[in-house]
Design a protein around this ligand. Structure first.
Ligand SMILES: NC(=O)c1ccc[n+]([C@@H]2O[C@H](COP(=O)([O-])OP(=O)(O)OC[C@H]3O[C@@H](n4cnc5c(N)ncnc54)[C@H](O)[C@@H]3O)[C@@H](O)[C@H]2O)c1
Length: 248
């Protein structure tokens, strides 16, 4: 990733933070964007303290103006943009009847519209750089049911179609688009789900053929592959990283 500049949304925590660190170690200059600026700053500071290059930006992926300002500043800072990990995402647990309409709207705003707006703002800069790679964060729920995840799963399933179609639109511009679809990792997002639902952790582990959940670094490795030239002929597809969950 030497000489590459990558924008990571949701970079202040979990999969975004671990991937930002990994990309920086591989030589990328990383913009760590997050709604939670202090979290983003901690991640960027840790990367810098290790001698790699990153800087933090407060960004709200549901807000066109916020993204526009951050992407502009990032390009000014690093000279160009080659890669995007659109990782910001949220969830809540609930059946259709339990779930307030506002939760549905917020999940769709962040998980789906947030990726649309992130791509809308970054693609012109990727084109200017002569191409690049975009990796939105899907999920195993893009393809299968997990109880009480209807809104979250619907947002992640929509990203399959969104990413495949966008890949077609920009293939001639050498912009690749691939969805990374992780199985469960014990990030803050998932830890909260486990706190709210007794027995969920154990029942999920029992469904994983490998008998465990994922390590964040295993997802970061997959994103690194998709953002790097190692995946130069891979576009319009999904990379599922789930320890065999979907195959079971
Ligand atoms: N952890 C898992 O098991 C898992 C599995 C599959 C997919 N995913 C997906 O991976 C992504 C990251 O999940 P995670 O588990 O690391 O979650 P996390 O909660 O640890 O991190 C998500 C980050 O996104 C940020 N964020 C939320 N709303 C935002 C907004 N509007 N603008 C900018 N930033 C915002 C949060 O502040 C947080 O730092 C999500 O899209 C999630 O759906 C996670």
């Amino acid at each position: 990733m030497n000489g590459r500049s990558v924008f990571v949304t949701g970079g202040g925590s979990g999969l975004g933070a671990t991937t930002a660190q990994r990309l920086a170690i591989e030589g990328a200059r990383v913009v760590v964007g997050d709604l939670d600026f202090s979290a983003a700053q901690k991640v960027a500071n840790a990367i810098n303290a290790d001698g790699y290059i990153a800087y933090a930006q407060e960004v709200d992926v549901t807000c066109h103006e916020s993204l526009e300002a951050v992407v502009q500043k990032s390009v000014e800072r690093f000279g160009k943009l080659d890669g995007v990990f659109a990782c910001a995402g949220i969830t809540t647990n609930g059946t259709v009847v339990d779930m307030p309409e506002s939760d549905w709207d917020r999940i769709m705003q962040v998980n789906l519209k947030g990726v649309f707006l992130t791509c809308k703002q970054t693609i012109p800069f990727l084109e200017r750089a002569g191409g690049g790679s975009i990796v939105p964060a899907g999920s195993i729920t893009s393809f299968t049911g997990v109880s009480k995840s209807c809104a979250y799963a619907a947002s992640k399933a929509a990203l399959v179609s969104f990413s495949r179609n966008m890949a077609l639109d920009y293939a001639k511009s050498s912009i690749r688009v691939n969805l990374v679809c992780p199985g469960h990792c014990e990030t803050p997002l998932v830890q909260e789900l486990f706190r709210n639902t007794q027995g969920l952790r154990e029942s999920l582990i029992a469904r994983y053929p490998m008998g465990r959940l994922s390590d964040e670094r295993e997802i970061a490795n997959a994103v690194l592959f998709l953002l790097s030239d190692e995946s130069s002929f891979v576009t319009g597809t999904e990379l599922v990283v789930d320890g065999g969950f979907l195959a079971a």
